[in-house]
Design a protein around this ligand. Structure first.
Ligand SMILES: Cc1ncc(COP(=O)(O)O)c(C=O)c1O
Length: 378
């Protein structure tokens, strides 16, 4: 549905485009330079299925430091972005007919990928209240029993910014341990978190879990290092799962380009210069846009604790796809329809729109809010 809205106006330079989930800032030069140096040195050959050993070691150190746990390189697998990590996870864990619970609204791939594997997906919805979102823990735990193969969660969440608390994670982990349920935690926005102390990342299942827990954490260089186009991500898995993953990677992509992995190494080496600056800028974007939207009559939106989206509701326009299309045509404003983030059989997301506020230029955000105000009739 995002593509239905965007493809119709991709070439129109007069449309302000906030529909896709990426920053409009290029990858930092230190990362690009590492890739160029690798190519110049002729690193153009196949590499290890799981990724360069040096990169797996660097990732293990990075994750151990972030989560206060010893997370070893034997738990790491490099993937072609978070999306490939999610698909590999579905391939590794799911058989046709398996029962999977996915918490929504969520980026549509998390619902579609288990379905591609023939799994039966049940979605469970977060609850909105004046633009803020929460999870009904009793409802979630009641939906998870011995028949459930996997629970898929994305926190901080695309599109709502909703973020699981550590207490909720502990309850979910204990319940899933009891029933032998796999937790698939999509934590690609873990560092884009505004609610903690400066530099603090969002609560992660890796803070709590033991190495052998049935837990797969999906992560990516895309968002924290402005590297969406590089297709570089990673999985943190129980050590016993790594050999099977290596085989699945062989059959999917075989390995990642070495120059992309060198770029990943440079990103990790400079992580504490790059990512805090990305987060500070995103906070500024959020704090620029939100008050402008909150001032508009008929618009409900709350500041998100994480990720990079304003998820707003205009209840007087129940058809979110139609609303997004009208805003492109009539206001030159490109937003994603909220309905794209929900199970298609449900209509709870009508009236909602997602606005990606990751914009290098704050003035673009102000202009966008002006266009929305003008369209509403102010
Ligand atoms: C929740 C979520 N997970 C995973 C991804 C995948 O990102 P990538 O494949 O670029 O790492 C995205 C991208 O927008 C996302 O929003």
């Amino acid at each position: 549905m995002i593509r239905v809205v965007a493809n119709a106006a991709l070439d129109q330079s007069d449309v302000l485009k906030f529909w896709f989930g990426e920053s409009d800032e290029p990858t930092p030069a230190v990362i690009r330079d590492a890739a160029s140096a690798s190519l110049a040195a002729g690193e153009t050959f196949y590499s290890h299925n799981l990724g360069l050993a040096t990169l797996r070691e660097a990732l293990a150190d990075y994750c151990s430091a972030l989560h206060g746990q010893a997370i070893g390189p034997e738990r790491m697998a490099l993937t072609a972005g978070g999306v490939n990590g999610l698909m590999l996870t579905a391939q590794a864990l799911l058989d046709p007919g398996d029962s999977v619970v996915v918490v929504t609204p969520v980026w549509p791939n998390l619902v579609a990928q288990p379905r591609v594997m023939g799994a039966h997906v049940r979605t469970l919805s977060l609850r909105p209240h004046q633009g803020r979102w929460s999870l009904d823990m009793d409802e979630l735990l009641a939906a998870l029993g011995p028949q459930t193969r996997a629970l898929v969660l994305n926190s901080p969440n695309n599109p709502t910014g909703w973020t699981l608390s550590r207490g909720e994670q502990a309850q979910i982990l204990a319940h899933c341990r009891r029933h032998g349920i796999w937790i698939v935690a999509d934590e690609v926005y873990e560092r884009l978190y505004f609610a903690g102390a400066p530099g603090e990342c969002a609560p992660s299942f890796l803070d709590l879990a033991a190495p052998d827990d049935r837990l797969v954490v999906v992560n990516s260089f895309s968002k924290s290092f402005l590297m969406t186009g590089w297709r570089l991500g990673w999985l943190t898995v129980p050590p016993a799962m790594t050999p099977a993953l290596a085989k699945l990677i062989e059959f999917n992509t075989s390995c990642l380009p070495v120059f992309v992995q060198r770029a990943g190494l440079a990103a990790l080496a400079h992580a504490e210069q790059i990512t805090p600056a990305v987060v500070d800028h995103l906070r500024l974007c959020r704090d620029t846009l939100l008050p402008l939207l909150q001032a508009l009559p008929g618009v409900q939106v709350a500041p998100a604790p994480g990720a990079m989206y304003a998820f707003l509701c205009m209840p007087q326009y129940p058809d979110s796809l139609g609303l997004a299309q009208r805003l492109v045509r009539e206001a030159g404003l490109g937003l994603a329809p909220g309905h794209a983030f929900h199970d298609s059989s449900q209509d709870e997301m009508q009236g909602w729109l997602r606005w990606c506020f990751a914009s290098a230029d704050l003035q673009r955000l102000r202009q966008g809010a002006d266009r929305l105000a003008g369209w509403i009739g102010l």
